[in-house]
Design a protein around this ligand. Structure first.
Ligand code: MTE
Ligand code: CO
Length: 425
């Protein structure tokens, strides 16, 4: 169908005519359209939705996806779930496109269940090494000057954590789905800290959540002052309870665990607090028994989301390969894709806005001849950092840790189009 085919209600005769035009053109075939069949019942038989009136407005005051999209949901992994209250589910990245994660599909990670906080009763306290301890209500935060709105990715440090020792989970939702990229609205943390007046001895911030896990993390003052946000909005509306309603800390580019949800307390101190989440957890045990600590930054990483185990190839000929990339060090400036297990690489087509510390989308339009493929993607950011292979990563870090696995993923596409999580020896 040409670009200027008239839009709007088509009568069936004209519709057939325009489809016929598309089928006749060789260009349409080469771009993936099928030649028009003469008697396609989907066209010749009148469908119910074409015959009867639909729901009126206000039937769905808060809209939800089409009933045909029921499979596009967050999922968890049974054996990773000791108790539902301290658990994780995964963003269906295999079924999404663009760079913004729909609010209802953003993965959840709770250490003490989903807190349902009453915004009228919620308070955010700032104290410790400050000139003037402060308490903010939600109304106070919402009338603070200097509100901003930004897109950032959040990746749990344990994303891909089950893959350190070898290929395990069959689907990028499970290997790479502890990530979301949301559009936040909030107040720069710096604005609140400046109002309280941080003393010169104040070098670290403790952030604490109001949920039953009482999550606490220490954050260096430089980062707190640089780009952290106290966010009350996501994707244009209030934060979802799953993401910490009514207010969460946004720590751009740094590990998800530091993004304290249901944020209720910020204490300024002169040293880190050695909280549970920065000692026994979220430290990276190396092969020689020593541990890396305070590994805050999420290094550049990418994943081909389609094709992938949950998204097999259905047809030979034109296909669209797509995926996402992100880096806690800056902006993704290039993603290379290999179809032969890393022997040959080709720059993918980057699409959409390139924003620092936000997800990037890439595409490769390719012709599949039905042969086996070994698909990989490799991200590079504007600091020059290049995503390593899993072998390179293991040489430096060993395989004891579950955190910060940003190695290159391999998908094996079989001749029947099925896709499997594999590793190249
Ligand atoms: N904050 C509180 N208060 N309680 C929590 O359990 N989980 C942390 C972090 N902040 C957590 C929290 C972890 S480990 C991650 S990865 C992110 O929140 C997950 O954010 P999400 O649920 O929006 O995906
Ligand atoms: Co986490």
């Amino acid at each position: 169908m040409s670009e200027n085919t008239p839009a709007g209600p088509l009568d069936r005769r004209n519709f057939l005519k325009s489809v016929g035009l598309a089928g006749a053109g060789a260009a349409a075939v080469a771009t993936g359209a099928r030649a028009a069949e003469t008697a396609d019942k989907n066209i010749t038989e009148v469908q119910d939705w074409n015959r009867f009136l639909g729901d009126g407005v206000q039937a769905h005051p808060y809209g939800s996806p089409s009933r045909y999209e029921k499979e596009v949901v967050r999922r968890d992994v049974e054996w990773l779930t000791v108790s539902r209250e301290s658990s994780v589910n995964f963003t269906p990245i295999h079924a999404l496109d663009g760079i913004i994660t729909p609010s209802g599909l953003a993965f959840e990670r709770h250490h003490g269940g989903l807190a349902q906080v009453d915004p009228a009763k919620h308070r955010l306290m700032i104290h410790g090494l400050v000139d003037k301890p402060l308490v903010f209500t939600m109304d106070d935060l919402k009338r603070m000057p200097g509100r901003i709105s930004r897109a950032y990715f959040l990746e749990c440090a344990a994303n891909s954590g089950m893959e350190w020792k070898g290929a395990q989970l069959n689907g990028c939702q499970f290997t790479h789905g502890m990530i979301h990229n949301l559009w936040y609205t909030g107040i720069p943390l710096r604005t609140l800290l400046d109002e309280a007046g941080v003393k010169t001895t104040g070098k670290w911030i403790l952030a604490e959540g109001a949920d039953s896990s009482g999550m606490t993390r220490s954050i260096p003052i430089e980062k707190a002052m640089k780009d952290c946000l106290v966010a009350f909005g996501m994707n244009g509306e209030a934060l979802r309870p799953e993401q910490g309603y009514p207010v969460r800390l946004v720590v751009p580019g740094w590990e998800g665990n530091m993004w304290v949800k249901w944020l209720r307390r910020l204490e300024v101190g002169d040293a880190p607090w050695q909280a549970r989440e920065e000692t026994s957890k979220y430290t990276d045990l190396l092969a020689d028994g020593r541990s890396r600590r305070f590994t805050f930054v999420m290094d550049a990483k990418s994943i081909v989301t389609n094709p992938s185990p949950q998204m097999p190839l259905k047809m030979k000929g034109p296909n669209v390969l797509t995926g996402i990339a992100w880096s806690g060090r800056g902006t993704i400036d290039r993603v290379d894709v290999s179809l032969d297990g890393g022997r040959n690489w080709k720059a993918a087509r980057m699409d959409g806005p390139a924003m620092p510390l936000s997800m990037a989308r890439f595409y490769v339009d390719f012709d599949w001849d039905g042969r086996e493929l070994m698909i990989q993607s490799r991200a590079r950011d504007d600091s020059g950092y290049v995503q390593p292979t899993k072998q390179e990563l293991r040489q430096v870090r060993g395989v004891n840790s579950i955190y910060h696995n940003n190695g290159i993923q391999t998908w094996l596409v079989r001749e029947n189009g099925e896709v499997e999580n594999v590793e190249i020896a």
